[in-house]
Design a protein around this ligand. Sequence first.
Ligand code: AMP
Length: 216
Amino acid sequence: MKNIIFIAPPAAGKGTMSEILMEKYGYVHISTGDILRNMAKSDDEFGRNLNAMLQEGKLVPDEIVYEAIERRLGMPDLDKGFILDGFPRNIAQAIEYDKILSKTKRNLGVVIYLDTSKDILEKRITGRRVCPECGSTYNVLTGVNMPKENNICDKCHHLLEQRVDDNLESFQTRYQTFLEKTYPLVDYYDKKGLLYRINSSLKDETIQKIEEIIHD
Ligand code: AMP
């Protein structure tokens, strides 16, 4: 399977699409947000600083992310393909990513831009709930992906949580950061002939289009 980089604003569906691709094709989902949120749990100065940056919705320093990505791509479980969710997040990271790929002997694959309107994203963000155990995502407001039992994960029955940065204030910062820093990657990868654009408002159509791309 082709490796995938998802470029998308917060709550555009990267997590949901990744879950489907993992289950159906054995992809490994690498989310820098998840990796950083785990690192931020450590009860020391580094953990507390990181947690504060995540809560504000600001990007964390590139070097921290490079180290985490290089370590993850060096692991041997990625042969069926991997999905990068949240990295690269700016042009400098995209340039560094090429170096990490050659060091770890991995292929870039395809870049998929999930496009959705800001209105839809706002609704998704406030209702999003995540299972801290298995990473499954739900939404308790939009009616799509509701957990069967109130606030409980369908798959592992763990209590669902709301991410510290899933509030409207943090969303505004994250969305603005996306437009300024991450959106230029759409043009960057388009010029390299690696980019596919998909409107991700509707879940079933989105997954169908992604499948066409990875099977092409
Ligand atoms: P996400 O789960 O992708 O929405 O990321 C949550 C937060 O983690 C972001 O708001 C950033 O603070 C941080 N983060 C995730 N990926 C990166 C990255 N590639 N570079 C810098 N910060 C990141």
